[in-house]
Design a binder for this molecule. Structure first.
Ligand code: NAD
Ligand code: UDP
Ligand code: UDP
Length: 311
């Protein structure tokens, strides 16, 4: 039985990862300060003899034992990460240093949940891992983008300098049950608005694109990445290459919910990337992975979840 530490384990992705790894017969140490995550996300796991929940902020040192560490702690939606931008950078940077220090002491494998945001507003489309990105260092998204870029730097320096076994995945927009209903992300916003019969808020003209991966597919890829041979460090893109405009997404959600909501246009937030789509050649090759769940199928499951919250 492996002892697996998951930081940010009570968040959207962390709770799915905790559940999957627990069901696969591992001992899970779920660490979270409940900044954007909630105990409710893991309530069904509490009481399991091999599940432990620890309230802890990763910007402070942590002394526990583990064979593997998944570092997910960090608010992920623009609304949440811009609420306290200094804390966001601290979480990414100090959090990475502490978890890398922990991994170094334990000689444990450590995986970083990085992001497509390291590509910023990309000039190369779709984005392969070799692309260095186009990121504004002083804008409102920088606390997240640069924090995550610095965390990647730290991972690769601990690898070069201390020979740590690292795994870096760059996650593209992911959605599914347990997304926070008020996190302002486009999938949760549109579904909640559609279910409540409120106006659907399109930022800008809605022609910007994103690629959406269903959470179950993403968790499979993360676990596969952790189990790769030690020379595979990444970064590896994980996401669904299907690309949609925000207008297409809104129309699909209106259709699937049978909603009468209308579209309203609001101003585009600054530094909002125009387009985003992963090149997943490397994930296919190194992880033998590609997403299986189509957008419509994933949206139906996500809508079902939000109905339990709202109706
Ligand atoms: P989330 O906000 O639901 O989860 C983040 C979790 O980290 C929350 O439970 C939060 O309470 C916890 N946390 C925040 N700061 C902390 C701190 N200082 N100490 C301890 N815990 C802390 O977001 P998510 O969508 O589940 O994202 C998880 C990870 O995946 C993040 O690192 C995020 O950057 C990355 N990611 C997510 C997406 C996506 O589309 N969901 C895309 C790219 C990258
Ligand atoms: N650290 C931790 N848990 C451990 C070991 C280290 O939280 O089990 C933290 C510790 O606070 C340290 C950071 O990780 O500041 C980096 O550790 P490292 O050993 O790389 O550096 P140093 O201790 O020399 O600063
Ligand atoms: N967006 C939108 N309406 C909303 C929320 C978001 O049109 O109610 C847009 C947003 O401007 C961005 C895209 O949807 O272009 C994805 O936004 P999200 O915050 O989900 O993720 P990110 O921008 O970090 O990829």
């Amino acid at each position: 039985m492996k002892q697996i530490l998951i930081t940010g384990g009570a968040g959207f992705l962390g709770s799915h990862l905790s559940e999957r790894l627990l069901n696969e017969g591992n001992h899970i140490l779920c660490v979270d300060n409940f900044y954007t995550g909630t105990k409710k996300n893991v309530a069904h796991l509490i009481g399991h003899p091999y599940f432990e929940l620890i309230r802890h902020d990763v910007t402070f040192p942590l002394y526990v034992e583990a064979d593997e560490i998944y570092n997910l702690a960090c608010p992920a939606s623009p609304v949440h990460y811009q609420f306290d931008p200094v804390q966001t950078t601290k979480t990414s940077v100090h959090g990475a240093i502490n978890m890398l220090g922990l991994a170094k002491r334990l000689k444990a494998k450590i995986l970083q949940a990085s992001t497509s945001e390291v590509y910023g507003d990309p000039e190369v489309h779709p984005q392969p891992e070799e692309y260095w990105g186009k990121v504004n260092p002083i804008g409102i998204r920088s606390c997240y983008d640069e924090g995550k870029r610095c965390a990647e730097t730290l991972f690769f320096d601990y690898w070069r300098q201390h020979n740590l076994e690292i795994k870096v995945v760059r996650i593209f927009n992911t959605y599914g049950p347990r997304m926070h209903p008020n996190d302002g992300r486009v999938v949760s916003n549109f579904i909640v608005q559609a279910l409540k019969g409120e106006n659907i808020t399109i930022y800008g003209d809605g022609s910007q694109t994103r690629s959406f991966c269903f959470v179950d597919d993403l968790i499979t890829a993360m676990i596969r990445m952790m189990s790769t041979a030690s020379e595979i460090t990444g970064p590896v893109n994980i996401g669904n290459p299907g690309e949609f405009t925000m207008l297409e997404l809104a129309k699909k959600i209106i259709e699937l919910t049978g909603s009468r909501s209308s579209l309203v246009y609001q101003s585009l937030p600054s530094d909002d990337p125009r387009q985003r789509k992963p090149d997943i050649t490397l994930a296919r090759e190194k992880l033998g992975w590609e997403p299986k769940v189509h957008l419509e199928e994933g949206l139906v499951k996500t809508i079902k979840y939000f109905k339990t919250l709202i109706l």
